[in-house]
Design a binder for this molecule. Structure first.
Ligand SMILES: Nc1ncnc2c1ncn2[C@@H]1O[C@H](COP(=O)(O)OP(=O)(O)OP(=O)(O)O)[C@@H](O)[C@H]1O
Ligand SMILES: [Mg+2]
Length: 368
């Protein structure tokens, strides 16, 4: 695993939630395999990864509805669960919000929000009112859930989950049932509320944009393991491997063999630090980083930052709304590459252009 950030260095504050070396196997297959991470109060950590990588299973163990085969769960510096000792789910002060959240249809909105609260009837009503005002739904306090829209119901569910002031919120794809426009608003509202309450949030998603938008820290998971842990910027700009690049965007790949600590490509030489001579490497970069120039017919001059430009023929160009996607074939080698550029740029098929690859945007990995 590549750790970009020191999350739990000696002398740093106690994490609200810490899981250590969690393992869960079904039928001999480890679907959660030695997962460790921390979440600080008022912060959001995202478990991000493809379907089946073990995100929900990790969450269920933290919630206490499923037992781990190995590993420990700590809250505010106290052990709450290992393979012997176990605080029951209802005593963990953990709030849950899942995609298929269900409000109780026979209870009013106010009663739904008050459901998990203790105290007098008046106190519960007051807290329910407070939470509903925070999500701008106080006017519905005496209505029944089925008279609310999907987005409104989701906000009630959020108010209900946060009403008992959980120390930790576990959210499993809670926004995936909403349309884009609603989703942005509810996400922002959710974040603001949880920061205010100093709740630690562990959010599961398989959407990179959602993780980038919401997380203070991303734990990128694959096959039950955390393959990279760090701030969104670090995970995006210093990916651990080719799959980590590909998870966030489309990729271009140039294959090469290292000789004299350099990898030779149609775009000139690339430094290949840490890769011994003879290693097959892949130079990986995102389509938005391919630079496009008009071919003025002069021999293109190499530069230290972008190497040698290569001639390429446009095979296809499409406008995607915010950007244009252009597909190229390199003239000399036939290698296919993709570029995205902001706004409208739709060169005709067959147009010859010059491409450059900025070295500081490339990742060199051993070929897998
Ligand atoms: N009770 C179970 N018995 C057997 N296998 C299970 C059980 N629960 C989950 N699995 C398997 O464990 C793996 C991880 O499942 P999990 O639900 O944690 O994935 P996920 O990352 O949440 O995926 P998704 O994004 O699709 O929700 C999957 O291969 C799943 O089929
Ligand atoms: Mg899941």
């Amino acid at each position: 695993m590549v750790g970009n950030d020191k999350v739990n260095a000696p002398g740093s504050p106690t994490p609200r939630l810490e899981i250590r070396n969690l393992v869960r196997a079904y039928g001999g297959r480890r679907v959660v395999d030695d997962v460790s991470l921390t979440v600080m109060p008022g912060q959001v950590t995202c478990l991000l990864g493809p379907s089946g990588c073990g995100k929900s299973t990790t969450l269920r163990m933290i919630a206490g509805v499923e037992m781990q085969d190995a590993g420990e769960i700590w809250v505010d510096g106290n052990l709450i669960c290992d393979t012997v000792f176990r605080v029951p789910p209802e005593r963990r002060q953990i709030g849950l919000m899942f995609q298929d959240f269900a409000l109780f249809p026979h209870l009013t909105v106010g009663a739904n929000v008050a459901f998990g609260l203790t105290g007098s009837k008046a106190e519960k009503r007051e807290r329910a009112e407070e939470m509903l005002s925070r999500v701008h739904l106080k006017r519905f306090i005496d209505a029944y859930p089925d008279s609310l829209s999907g987005g409104e119901q989701q906000r009630v569910a959020l108010a209900r989950a946060l009403a008992p002031r959980p120390r930790i919120m576990l959210m499993d794809e809670p926004f995936s049932g909403l349309d884009n426009r609603l989703r942005d608003g509810i996400r922002d509202e959710t974040l603001a509320l949880m920061r205010e309450e100093d709740t630690a949030v562990l959010l599961v998603t398989h959407e990179p944009e959602e993780a980038m938008r919401m997380a203070d820290q991303i734990a990128l998971m694959r096959d039950g393991r955390v393959v990279q842990l760090g701030a969104p910027y670090n995970v995006y700009t210093r990916p651990a491997d080719k799959a980590a690049v590909a998870f966030f965007s489309d990729t271009n790949v140039l294959k090469a063999k290292v000789e004299g600590a350099l990898a030779m490509t149609p775009f000139g030489r690339f430094l290949a630090p840490g890769h011994p001579d003879g290693t097959e490497v892949e130079i990986v970069f995102r389509p938005q980083h391919l630079r496009i120039d008009f071919d003025r017919g002069m021999p293109p001059a190499p530069t230290p930052t972008e190497g040698t430009p290569a001639r390429a023929e446009v095979e296809r160009a499409r406008f995607l709304g915010n950007e244009s996607l252009i597909e190229f074939k390199l003239v000399e080698t036939g290698i296919r590459l993709k570029a995205t550029v902001p706004n409208v740029f739709l060169p005709k098929v067959g147009t010859m252009l010059l491409l450059r690859v900025p070295r500081d945007r490339c990742f060199v990995f051993e070929a897998g």
